[in-house]
Design a protein around this ligand. Structure first.
Ligand SMILES: [Zn+2]
Length: 135
């Protein structure tokens, strides 16, 4: 994750206060986004109170933007780090028609669904616009 936040790449959405947001390459669940802490830290208790507060505001701002775009039944927030120990939130809008709506997305076996360049640009732009919209 340290390498990812060092650059923008083609899935970069925006810089937030203490984090950077990226669209997950796998868009099987539309709007699946990562909010990645800009500096390296592994646990919430490694952050200062100010960083933690700023991070939760970043996550909330992104969640609000995703809700505006996708009108989900429920937004999921997951902070795991078992595989990649660098604080990164998974934000996943769970939409009507979700294949397994009562359980985490990890339980849904599927082939990854990357977007072709045009739809990827459109999706990034939609989320950026929602993020910039006044509340
Ligand atoms: Zn790291």
């Amino acid at each position: 994750m340290c390498e990812q936040v060092a650059g923008e790449g083609d899935h970069f959405i925006a810089d937030l206060a203490v984090s950077r947001a990226y669209l997950n390459r796998d868009q099987y669940f539309p709007g699946w986004v990562f909010v990645i802490l800009r500096r390296h830290a592994e646990e919430l208790y490694d952050l200062t109170a100010g960083e933690r507060a700023a991070l939760i505001e970043d996550v909330t701002d992104m969640a609000r933007a995703l809700a505006a775009v996708y009108r989900p039944v429920k937004l999921n927030y997951e902070l795991l780090g078992n595989q990649v120990p660098h604080i990164h939130w998974h934000l996943v809008p769970r939409l009507a028609g979700d294949p397994d709506p009562r359980w985490p997305v990890w339980r849904v076996p599927h082939d990854p669904a990357p977007l072709p360049p045009g739809p990827l640009r459109d999706r990034l732009e939609m989320v950026r616009r929602a993020l910039a919209a006044p509340r």
